[in-house]
Design a binder for this molecule. Structure first.
Ligand SMILES: [Zn+2]
Length: 337
């Protein structure tokens, strides 16, 4: 009689469990069968009325029923919970895609690339050289007198006796002249170092691009034509320009090139120090002494050279007021270019 009752409860539970579709229904099932006042507990209550000799057998059956009910209840509970998590994970195809930040070239790299591109169009190749140089390549071969002030510890980072961090990209010109026969048309971009106080206008490390042309019939007129073409390509075809006489140890004659101030249009302002002009580069005909030092016959060949600071160039073109911002990696600055 009692055993039949147990079988009936077991079947009834199977039936009820099969009909459960949500966690809410499962909770109703738990209350019905497994709570303190549930059907299974009720059967254990009735065990006390069972004749003593039948108690062990019926007790075992009851325990088995309780395990069966609770095991199957838990299986369905876990299954329903997993399905619930899966439902929350469903992808909403109507949401906009997540945006990825794209990297870009640093504005100094972009500036060098643009300069290289313009000179490439005029037949210039690009050369690079070491940043750690000997005194010979950085100064001596370039006609710097032994007592030239640029050799002073104030300006140059000496690494060891006769070895230094190059103060300009000109030693690459020496290396090109020593390793290649004329005609030469080359530009040389790179990092240079000066022991200067860091301020809005100067930094202890910056970049230069220099150019070198060596051939049999090179004139100052060609130098001017090349640089004017470059300046108009880079800064805009409307600019006015002028060349001023200057001095560099490695060129003779030497000049500096100015363009009209882009801020005031030549009227005079703070940026151009009220002159209306902005200096953009230095240039000149290669000094015969430098040609001789590099194994090139100055009776047969002549050449011109020029150089500009990349930071200064980018500052002029994009109206950047402080050189230090190029090296701070401030995302707000970098992503403007
Ligand atoms: Zn101005």
């Amino acid at each position: 009689m009692f055993l039949d009752k147990i079988t009936t409860v077991s079947d009834e539970f199977d039936n009820d469990l099969a009909g459960v579709k949500a966690l809410k229904n499962l909770e109703e099932l738990r209350i019905k069968y497994l709570s303190r006042n549930g059907i299974v507990s009720g059967l254990f209550e009735k065990l006390k009325d069972v004749p003593k000799e039948e108690k062990p057998a019926i007790g075992n059956k009851l325990n088995a029923l309780r395990s069966y009910v609770s095991d199957n209840f838990n299986k369905v509970k876990i299954k329903l919970e997993e399905e619930g998590i899966g439902a929350n994970k469903k992808i909403d195809l109507t949401l906009p895609g997540s945006q990825r930040q794209l990297g870009s070239k640093h504005i100094l790299t972009q500036t060098v690339d643009e300069i290289k591109y313009i000179f490439k169009g005029m037949g210039f190749s690009t050369f690079e050289g070491p940043e750690l140089e000997s005194d010979y390549y950085n100064f001596e071969a370039l006609n710097f007198a032994p007592d030239h002030p640029a050799r002073d510890m104030q300006d140059t980072y000496f690494v060891a006796k006769d070895y230094l961090l190059r103060t300009h990209t000109s030693p690459v010109q020496v290396r090109v002249m020593k390793n290649y026969k004329p005609p030469i048309r080359a530009i040389m971009p790179g990092r240079v170092y000066r022991s200067e106080a860091v301020s809005a206008r100067s930094y202890c490390m910056f970049h230069q691009v220099e150019g070198l042309v060596i051939d049999t019939d090179i004139t100052f007129a060609e130098l001017k034509g090349t640089l004017v073409f470059f300046a108009k390509q880079f800064y805009g075809s409307q600019l006015k320009y002028r060349f001023r006489a200057s001095f560099f140890p490695f060129t003779e004659p030497s000049a500096e090139m100015d363009i009209t101030c882009y801020i005031c249009g030549g009227k005079g302002c703070k940026i151009c120090k009220h002159t209306g002009w902005l200096e953009i580069l230095g240039c000149g005909m290669v000094d015969p002494n430098v040609l001789i030092n590099c194994g090139i016959d100055p009776e047969k060949y002549r050449g011109y050279a020029f150089g500009m600071g990349i930071e200064r160039t980018a500052m002029l073109k994009y109206n950047v007021q402080d050189i230090r911002i190029f090296f701070e990696n401030d995302f707000r600055f970098l992503k403007q270019f």
